[in-house]
Design a protein around this ligand. Sequence first.
Ligand SMILES: [Zn+2]
Length: 186
Amino acid sequence: MHSNAIQSAVSVLEKSRNGYVAKSTPATGDPRLDALYGKGVYVLHLRIEKEARANVGRLGRIVFAAGYYAYVGRAFGPGGLFARLTHHLRPSTSPHWHIDFLRPHGVVDKIWWSRTAPACEHSWARGLMRLRGASASVRGFGSSDCRCDSHLIHLTRRPRRAAFRRHLHRLAADCAPPIRCLRIEG
Ligand SMILES: [Zn+2]
């Protein structure tokens, strides 16, 4: 990703956070961003242009085919979604989560998020698997502490939010409120 694209996305986030802190209510004027001041579940959409090899912590060395990747996570710690999404936009120098090892090899296309219950992340992973061209990329990726095959889904085509939400609604309607989108590139 171009660094100026990261910077502009982060500055949008930071600008709206400052607005939030000053007014102590989410009021950025942008309803997509107002939702960031809570905790919730998100999908980080990465594009891998060329086959990539990466050491992914305990999972070892993994080959990632080119294509679209959707990583599902939840942000319920301090700083909520804002802190986590900012973390993903700036590749980490000290990788912690599995996704941190893959992140430098890809371009962030967009981020979907919603203020849902923590357990919805697993329904979201299942919902992504229902999309055409989807497969569990690496068993156990991001899912060491749950029963999902993977929280990283490989997609042979660009995922569509409307299709994802339809699948999600059928799987777990409680986990399918309106889903926000922050476009980073493209
Ligand atoms: Zn899971």
